[in-house]
Ligand binder design. Structure first.
Ligand SMILES: [Zn+2]
Length: 233
């Protein structure tokens, strides 16, 4: 299995979550010359208002929308794991999928959803965050975990930092998106089946207010905010 080094890996539960969580920062990283890859775990086949929409059609639409958003942001590659929405579980198989990708792409930084958000939180988000954290440490790092990956040529890998989005009570890292906020909005607009035109003005206004609030006390105007974990062991 060939290694395809990228500095940043974003592991997102559904199409559009990464755009809400980290797209402004992704656009800035790409401008700085970093390679960013997306891993989209679930296929978006459940969340839609029209009862006549076929799930297979929805999956196709959501992948095209995600690819359009990624293209706009300059994401190098999008990997679709194509699990059904609301079916993700914390299993050795799912963990292995993420371990395999971490060892293949060897990122310094992994970004995902905070699994520890309290009370009402989409189960897929909770599971993806938890499985990704576990995959990073210790499974991607230890050569005896999933020995067939090593036999297949995927060496252990140490991720240096994790950024978790949607961690409102525990923010310790604010990323400057002042110059890339508009690209974030444009990327969100690509998700037409999730972000309807009539919702857009309210949504954009809400995102701007939130980005301003996240930048309070900083020397820049707009931010995305995360809980950052540095991995030094
Ligand atoms: Zn989601």
């Amino acid at each position: 299995m060939a290694v395809k080094q990228a500095q940043v890996m974003v592991v997102t539960p559904h199409p559009d979550d990464a755009e809400f969580g980290v797209a402004g920062t992704v656009a800035r990283w790409v401008k700085e010359g970093k390679d960013v890859v997306y891993v989209v775990c679930a296929n978006g086949d459940k969340g839609y208002h029209d009862i006549n929409m076929k799930p297979e059609k929805l999956v196709e639409i959501r992948e095209q929308e995600q690819l359009a958003a990624a293209r706009l942001l300059g994401v190098r590659e999008v990997i679709f794991l194509r699990h059904s929405d609301q079916s993700l579980e914390d299993t050795p198989e799912f963990r292995k999928e993420i371990v395999r990708l971490i060892r293949m792409y060897r990122p310094d930084t992994v970004v995902t959803a905070d699994p520890y958000r309290r009370y009402i939180w989409h189960r897929d988000h909770r599971i993806v965050g938890q499985v990704t954290l576990d995959a990073i440490f210790p499974y991607a790092r230890d050569h005896l975990s999933y020995p067939d990956l090593l036999e297949g040529g995927l060496q252990p890998h140490k991720v240096k930092e994790v950024l978790l989005w949607a961690a409102p009570e525990d923010i310790n890292y604010r990323s400057d998106i002042t110059d890339t906020f508009d690209i974030k909005l444009a990327a969100l607009r690509c998700h037409k089946s999730q972000v309807g035109n009539n919702q857009l003005p309210d949504l954009e206004n809400w995102l701007k207010q939130r980005a301003k609030k996240m930048a309070e006390g900083q020397d820049f105007e707009l931010a995305e905010a995360f809980h950052r974990v540095e991995i030094t062991w």
